[in-house]
Design a protein around this ligand. Structure first.
Ligand code: SAH
Ligand code: SF4
Length: 332
């Protein structure tokens, strides 16, 4: 799998040039073709004209130094946001798959900004390359990629899968399938397609509520894809892939954090024949009227799940101060 336009530009060149050009992009991590000293000068110039690699971005670093948010300018002037989260030598890039999001979840800033357009596979890769180039200067590399930035990846399935193939390709970014995760609001067709996809990447489903009444209020798309149908698709996914799936649950004070809802959630998860599902409790990052549950409430909620033998963790939130945390990405 290679970048299609690179293939077109190099069609009259000997075939090894394509490999060299890919090496320059993904291994040497050049931001200008003149740095690709493995290619002849005239080809460097042609590539600089037809496929420039420089990326335009503004960055903001969080106070604790563990996350950097980049606002990348696209060719048509639109902007997307992408975040690097670092923990020791683990560097995770959270990528966007769309400019905005058409789903419109109430608690999510991206959802509130509306939908502009889908990203191309190259625009998705650029977000990772941007941070890979910075990390290379420190002798480090991107170790994980999560599709949890702006947009709903399964509403842009073809470009997302194309990008994932290149992220994983040894001639591309060479990141293991198990280090790549996609988060969906629960698009059934996407879950089915992923079950048949050649790579064993990780799947996360953003549930947010264990019953349709409450979920429909928070996630408008629940009317089209109700919980029962999502769980049926998950059951098939788990049966086919034998992989764990993650359920994401953003905890909003007074909205979905009652203990009885934890009990409902446990019942739901245990209804899967093979309960290969774990729950990730996410502290709601403040956006408008939605406020986070207290730490104590999150722990009590988690305790109920654990008592019911449902694996559950509380996800630490990074980058709130730079509006780079989950649900806080929006271009302005
Ligand atoms: N559209 C996909 C992926 C992008 S959203 C999805 O919804 O899964 C990535 C994650 O951010 C989701 O798990 C979502 O639940 C979470 N999120 C959205 N708004 C949030 C908020 N205000 N606080 C914390 N997490 C939020
Ligand atoms: Fe879109 Fe996900 Fe935000 Fe919902 S939570 S609006 S699906 S990005």
């Amino acid at each position: 799998m290679v970048l299609e336009n690179l293939q077109t530009i190099l069609k009259d060149q000997p075939s090894y040039r394509l490999k060299q050009a890919q090496e320059a992009i993904f291994k040497i991590l050049v931001s200008d073709w003149s740095q690709a000293t493995n290619l002849p000068k005239n080809l460097q110039e042609k590539l600089n004209q037809e496929m420039p690699l420089a990326l335009r971005a503004r960055t903001k670093e969080s106070r604790d130094g563990r996350s950097i948010k980049a606002s990348l300018k696209l060719k048509d002037g639109l902007e997307i946001e992408t975040v690097l989260m670092s923990y020791d030598s683990r560097h995770t890039v959270c990528v966007s798959s769309q400019v905005g999001c058409p789903v419109g979840c109430e608690f999510c800033l991206t959802g509130q900004m509306g939908f502009k357009r889908n990203l191309t596979a190259e625009e998705i890769l650029d977000q990772i390359l941007f941070f890979a180039r910075i990390l290379k200067e420190k002798g480090e590399r991107v170790s994980n990629v999560v599709f949890m930035g702006m947009g709903e990846p399964f509403l842009n399935m073809d470009e997302v899968l194309k990008a994932i193939n290149i992220i994983n390709d040894p001639l591309g970014l060479n990141i293991g399938a198990r280090s790549i995760s996609v988060s969906t609001v629960g698009i059934i067709e996407g879950i089915k397609k992923l079950a048949d996809f050649s790579l064993q990447i990780n799947l996360a489903v953003s549930l947010q509520a264990p019953n349709d009444g409450l979920r429909s209020k928070l996630v408008p798309l629940n009317k089209k894809y109700p919980i029962k149908d999502i769980f049926k698709a998950l059951e098939e996914y788990i049966a086919k892939t034998n992989r764990k799936a993650m359920i994401e649950y953003v905890m909003i004070v007074g909205v979905n954090d009652r203990i009885e809802l934890a009990e409902q959630l446990a019942v739901l998860i245990k209804s899967l024949p093979k309960p290969l599902c774990m729950v990730n409790l996410i502290c709601c990052n403040p956006t408008g009227k939605f406020k986070p549950s207290s730490k104590k409430q999150m722990e009590d909620f988690q305790k109920v799940l654990l008592e019911n033998k449902v694996e559950a963790v509380i996800r630490e939130s990074l980058g709130q101060d730079i509006y780079g945390a989950c649900g806080q990405l929006a271009s302005n």
